[in-house]
Design a protein around this ligand. Structure first.
Ligand code: AMP
Length: 212
């Protein structure tokens, strides 16, 4: 089964996609994480990726399509499907993806821009293991320190005001139309993402897990 997560920044896609991948025992593919890892390599590809990520723009479709395809071709993945967080991100990517993978469900975590902006300002990420925290909804036990690995909690480089405005704009222009695309195909499951992590998890359990 292939399940895609859609939603604006901070809608909880990462957290809920991880939860679903563990519950359904399906691998999780998070394109933002893959790209950030590639960026830190600092080679030609990493440098190219940085020029997009750092300003909040999408990396070119042919590049991300190839990266996802390569990721799926790794023999650690079998044919049972996967959970996709951050891909596809526009119609061109969706069309390419649908050429070789059946999309079974699309979970859309819906939150208004006002909530996105508030949550982004409070988001922190571990500089070692990438774990995500939020100073409003998901506090670490010890101030500024990752519960999992003891790493330092920092703001993501693209969580600056300027990059946030670019990313939200791109989301509305390019990614949001995917909700209509999958609604027409009868695959969209719309979930209110403004609740707590537990509340949203409950909705996903009810509407996605129990109906599989
Ligand atoms: P995210 O962590 O999902 O917000 O992704 C961080 C950044 O990675 C985005 O702002 C884009 O620059 C890039 N990115 C992630 N997924 C994609 C994608 N499917 N297509 C193009 N760029 C992507």
């Amino acid at each position: 089964m292939n399940i895609i997560f859609l939603g604006p920044q901070t809608s909880g896609k990462g957290t809920q996609a991880k939860f679903l991948s563990e519950k359904l025992n399906l691998p999780l593919i998070t394109t933002g994480d893959i790209l950030r890892k590639k960026k830190t390599l600092g080679d030609e590809e990493g440098k190219l990726i940085a020029t997009y990520i750092d300003v909040g723009e999408l990396v070119p479709d042919n590049l991300i399509n190839r990266i996802v395809r390569e990721e799926l071709d790794k023999n650690t993945y079998d044919d049972n499907g996967a959970i996709f967080d951050g891909y596809p991100r526009n119609l061109v990517q969706a069309e390419e993806f649908e050429k070789y993978r059946q999309v079974d469900k699309v979970v859309f975590l819906d939150i208004p821009d006002g909530v996105v902006l508030k949550r982004l300002a409070a988001r922190r990420i571990c500089d070692k293991c990438g774990a995500i925290y939020n100073l409003i909804s998901k506090l670490p036990t010890k101030d500024g320190t990752c519960d999992k690995c003891g790493g330092k909690l920092v703001q993501r480089e693209d969580d600056t005001e300027r990059a946030i405005a670019v990313r939200l704009n791109i989301y509305h222009k390019l990614t949001e139309p995917l909700t209509e695309h999958y609604e027409k195909l009868g695959k969209l499951i719309r979930i209110d993402g403004t609740g707590t992590i537990e509340e949203v998890r409950g909705e996903i359990t009810k509407h996605v897990i129990r109906s599989t």
